[in-house]
Design a protein around this ligand. Sequence first.
Ligand SMILES: [Zn+2]
Length: 162
Amino acid sequence: MSVADEVKDRIDIVDFISNYVQLKKAGRTYKGICPFHSEKTPSFVVFPHTQTWHCFGACGTGGDIFAFLMRHEGLDFSEALRQLAERAGIPLAPPTPEATESDKRRDTLREMHAVAAQYFNHLLRTSPSPTAQAARDYISRRSLNAGILGQPEDISTQARFH
Ligand SMILES: [Zn+2]
């Protein structure tokens, strides 16, 4: 069973949505004022048997407990999963060693690119070598804005663009 299924198993959608919407029992379903569009008569329905919800009004949205929290709080799925798993008391697996390793490699590469960008930017702006002069001449011939050379304090911005 996936963590998402386990969350759905442990948290009752009617209980959960009741934290956000005042629900009234209507036969086998629960009805309330839709939190996602403005309305006076309730067209927001929660279905306990399928653990889903649907708005039969203007917005026509619907889904499961995750879709509700994502839309209500503006979260992405992984954040909604994290919050609901915590609420359900289900420990989320810590990141695998592979994931940690690949994060570290990505950070190192980013740092390398930033340093390289900074180095080449520095050469382009200040090196007295004929090659750097040729590059500066080329840039001014192309009538590129001098700002493209960047300022020393722009290094971080420059690095991000490389
Ligand atoms: Zn609605």
